[in-house]
Design a protein around this ligand. Structure first.
Ligand SMILES: *Cc1c(COP(=O)(O)O)cnc(C)c1O
Length: 410
């Protein structure tokens, strides 16, 4: 018999043990900050040593509603005890209300439920190609999709095949043909790239992973016009920008446009469960017939119940308006920081970034300094720090974040 009680706190592995174990057994496809988290509540997370941090990443905007939101938790626990998975071979009683509520909220006509963000992107590519052949009349095998340089749409082979980031795509080929890349934010280049075989244009309304890159005003509107004129589908990947992050339900609303296919994921479950969806506001989705696409877990009752609760609290608790208001406040305080290392502050709502001058010693070092001050943020590329706290942030917490940045940057 082992006389050590594994639940006894004195024998709990510390962060150093857990970090070493991770390195021993895990694939090394991430380089996380050396903080081992064990609990989260609202905007805060706690590490195994009992330190508290304000989370300024929100799991890449998957926990917009805050960690362990009690109402989403209750929906998850209730549903998990009742029915979790039927597969789509049978119907479940959560799917229809999930569709209805999501369509009412987003003004969509059709929903295709999936799990991860990358699956939503893959699904949209399949739908757009099928529409191209069957409705637009593109010759079989010739469909083209126009994408932007510096995009991030996920990690599957098809998706990294049209990434321009050498780290994401290097040695993962051969890749699927049928994608054409244009510079992001350049409407003339987009216009020139759309040809008779173009079935879709796929864009992020704001490029998150590229460093919170906001396109010039009018760009998305022009992309919408071009797609309408040239009979191509506009696909907006709102997996990161959507569900309140930028201060609107969907970032497309900042330019008053509507995509034909909108992709959401991440915060669709408030961080409890992988749930994604392709939303359609046209007849595009009707090209899919039984057996042509699917997913064992897509549209399962647990996912639907969790997503319904996650959407409800987002609107009921005013999180989208809060993101707009607090985001503007935080943006202004970050801009007022006088530190030589800061090259630019940009963002919309609570999707913000501070870009440092290349000679400033790198964003990673600043993130480590912020960690020591009780704030978790992650660098994106070498010189940019993204700031994307949960949308329930208070004025006081926003001011505190700006103070920590000021101190860490000096
Ligand atoms: C995170 C993200 C994805 C991929 O989502 P996963 O759930 O990680 O597959 C796709 N597009 C954008 C814009 C994202 O931010």
């Amino acid at each position: 018999m082992n006389d050590i009680d594994p639940m006894d706190f004195r024998h709990r592995p510390g962060s150093a043990d857990l970090i070493a174990l991770e390195g021993l057994y895990g694939a090394k496809n991430y380089k996380p900050l050396d903080v081992v988290l064990t609990r989260g509540q609202g905007v805060f997370v706690w590490d195994v040593d009992g330190n508290r941090y304000l989370d300024c990443l929100s799991a890449y905007s998957a926990v917009n509603q805050g960690h362990c939101h009690p109402k989403i938790l209750a929906a998850m626990v209730e549903q998990a005890g009742r029915l979790t998975l039927t597969s789509r071979a049978f119907r479940n009683d959560q799917l229809a209300p999930f569709y209805e509520e999501l369509c009412a909220l987003t003004g969509s006509h059709k929903v295709l439920p999936m799990n991860s963000g990358a699956e939503a992107v893959e699904s949209a590519i399949k739908v757009a190609r099928k529409w191209g052949y069957e409705v637009k009349g593109v010759p079989d095998g010739q469909a083209e999709i126009v994408v932007a340089a510096d995009n991030f749409h996920g990690r599957t082979v098809a998706i990294v095949g049209f990434s321009t980031d050498p780290t994401s795509r290097g040695h993962f080929g051969p890749f699927a043909p049928g994608f054409r890349t244009v510079p992001y934010g350049d409407a003339a280049a987009l216009e020139a790239a759309i040809g008779p075989n173009t079935v879709a244009v796929l864009l992020e309304p704001i490029q998150g992973e590229a460093g919170v890159i906001i396109p010039p005003p009018g760009y998305l509107k022009r992309a919408r016009e071009l797609c309408t004129e040239k009979n191509a589908i506009l696909i907006l990947d709102e997996i990161q920008t959507g569900l309140g992050r930028t201060g609107k339900l969907l970032a497309e609303a900042h330019e008053g446009i509507e995509a034909d296919l909108t992709l959401i994921g991440k915060a669709l479950s408030g961080g409890f469960y992988p749930v994604s969806a392709v939303l359609s506001n046209s007849e595009v989705m009707d090209v899919l017939h039984p057996g042509e696409h699917g997913s064992t877990f897509g549209g399962n009752p647990l996912a639907c119940a969790v997503a319904r609760a996650a959407l409800r609290v987002l609107t009921d608790e005013g999180m989208i308006e809060n993101a707009a208001r607090i985001g503007a406040r935080l943006h202004a305080s970050l801009e007022s920081i006088r530190a030589d290392s800061v090259k630019a502050v940009r963002g919309r709502g609570l999707m913000l970034a501070v870009e440092l001058h290349p000679e400033a010693g790198g964003a990673r070092r600043v993130c480590e300094g912020l960690q020591a001050r009780g704030l978790l943020a992650k660098e994106t590329h070498a010189n940019t720090i993204r700031i994307a706290p949960p949308l329930i942030l208070t004025d006081h917490q926003a001011d505190w974040i700006a103070e920590q940045f000021e101190a860490a940057l000096r």
